[in-house]
Ligand binder design. Structure first.
Ligand SMILES: [Zn+2]
Length: 98
């Protein structure tokens, strides 16, 4: 696997983590509106917390530390740069010419 492939895979993983959080939010609202069941709602909230943790725990492909170093919920969606090495989100290194 090349370095470019590793970065692309990491960013795809991050997008899937963001999608998981959004999906759990939609499921929670669906539970509230269509199936008002406490157990289902509690499971959905737990799923949202786990999805949020997975997104928070995403590791920067360059430095290996958490992409987000703090839990800043007000600014949760807008982080475009790694908090440690300042790598911009979705950046892929260019392959050296051979
Ligand atoms: Zn980094």
């Amino acid at each position: 696997m090349t370095e470019t492939d590793r970065y692309k895979q990491a960013w795809q993983d991050r997008r899937s983590r963001v999608f998981s959080v959004l999906a759990m939010i939609v499921i929670i609202f669906a539970c509230l509106k269509m199936w008002p069941n406490d157990l289902l709602l509690a499971g959905s909230v737990l799923g949202l917390l786990l999805a949020g943790w997975r997104l928070y725990d995403f590791r920067c492909p360059r430095c290996g530390d958490r992409f987000r170093s703090t839990l800043d919920w007000l600014n949760f969606w807008s982080h475009r740069h790694c908090q440690n090495c300042n790598l911009e989100k979705d950046t892929v290194p260019k392959e050296p010419r051979q």
